[in-house]
Design a protein around this ligand. Structure first.
Ligand SMILES: Cc1ncc(COP(=O)(O)O)c(C=O)c1O
Length: 379
């Protein structure tokens, strides 16, 4: 049987309830939410509302209208960065970011936004003092990832949030690798904008995600279009969430995302985290004993999410990934993982690493087979 160890890209499989919710919504609630006064449209609207409420309660968001549905975290990050930063502003980020942060920032730089990239340690850790040192009078926003998608390092988000709050700077968190796995409380963690993707640890389908935007922030929409509200006007409504939600939503996907979050709530975040941590710790501890295997990131599994990056001697990671796939039926992800700066930071640019990322539905046998495969490849 195939072994899926690419959960950091997209979680697979999903809880049964997610498939049921997507299918049920497609079959029973096929209409556009918020667009018609008829029965089905109102029921579809209700589904969207319920999921929005669920998200708000899961992340301690004070009001569910501040939850804006997006198609992934990339869209949410683009909305936040391009909707806030203007020529003359300064933005701070870290050297462990995904291209979903670095590429919009590059574009904004060309439009006159100044950028500082704070260097993280070789293990991928961010020192919050290094962020504080870079703050200037025109610093408008700090954006960092909660957990690295390359080595899993968990960032000190509460400290960064506190620094941002003290200085009146907007704090945007990319929670792609942490939402559904690590506790996130937007109020306690001083998060002004939370960007999440639905298809990773939240167990939703691809094409889902959301953005929380705190009240009182001045943000321009990324997309203009129909909202089913204020239709007489050529301009977007100025209230949330409609201001940022032009176009028909992915209702079946959103219903699936809601079922994914409900699964986490029923199962318990800590239980999910513990199981994944146990597997990642086992992989790290066994890989350490195999001659020729080099592990990256913190040696302490508790300081990371369940992402393990490694290389075997001088072998090209692409070749290792190919052998794992072809000979052992194990799916990993190789290369730069859309995060070239992170690989520069840990010293693996340009070839990258082999990344295995465990999920809640992996089994002890999957992990044993992976360890045995890597032993075989090195011997
Ligand atoms: C840290 C991080 N940020 C952003 C993304 C982009 O996610 P999506 O493709 O769902 O927008 C990913 C996904 O790989 C990620 O790991």
């Amino acid at each position: 049987m195939s072994i899926y160890l690419d959960n950091a890209a997209t979680s697979f499989p999903k809880p049964e309830a997610v498939y049921t919710a997507v299918n049920y919504t497609l079959q029973k609630y096929g209409s556009s939410p918020g667009r018609g006064g008829h029965k089905m449209s109102m029921q579809t609207d209700r589904i969207i509302f319920d999921v929005r409420e669920r998200i708000a309660s899961f992340f301690n968001i004070p009001s569910s209208s501040n939850v804006i549905f997006t198609f992934n975290v990339t869209m949410g990050i683009n909305l936040a960065l391009k909707g806030i930063l203007k020529a003359g502003d300064h933005v701070i980020t870290s050297s462990m970011e995904h291209n979903s942060v670095m590429r919009p920032l590059k574009r904004l730089e060309k439009e006159g936004v100044a950028k500082t990239v704070v260097k993280c340690s070789k293990e991928g850790f961010l020192n919050p003092n290094d962020i504080e040192k870079e703050i200037k009078s025109n610093t408008k926003l700090i954006v960092i990832t909660h957990a690295s998608n390359v080595v899993g390092t968990i960032m000190p988000i509460q400290d960064v949030g506190e620094i941002a709050r003290k200085k009146g700077i907007v704090f945007l968190l990319d929670a792609a690798q942490s939402a559904g796995l690590l506790p996130i409380d937007v109020q306690k963690d001083n998060i002004d904008i939370l960007a999440c993707t639905g298809h990773k640890s939240l167990f939703g389908p691809q094409g889902t995600g959301f953005l929380y935007i705190k009240d009182g922030l001045d943000v321009e929409p990324l997309i203009e279009g129909g909202t089913g509200s204020n239709s007489e006007s050529d301009e977007m409504p100025d209230f949330l969430p409609d201001k940022f939600q032009g176009g028909t939503l992915n209702t079946p996907g959103i219903a699936g995302l809601g079922a994914g979050i409900e699964f986490i709530q029923k199962e318990g975040l800590q239980k999910i985290r513990n199981k994944e941590l146990h597997f990642a710790a086992e992989i790290m501890s066994e890989f350490k004993k195999i001659k020729g295997v080099k592990l990256y990131g913190s040696p302490n599994p508790a300081e990371r999410v369940s992402v393990v990056s490694f290389n075997i001697g001088e072998k090209d990671p692409a070749e290792v990934g190919n052998i794992l796939n072809e000979k052992y039926d194990i799916m990993s992800r190789v290369g730069l993982h859309c995060a070239p700066n992170a690989h520069r930071t840990i010293g693996t640019f340009p070839v990258g690493t082999v990344r295995v990322s465990v999920g809640y539905f992996n089994t002890e046998e999957d992990i044993e087979r992976l360890i045995k495969a890597v032993r075989d490849i090195t011997s």
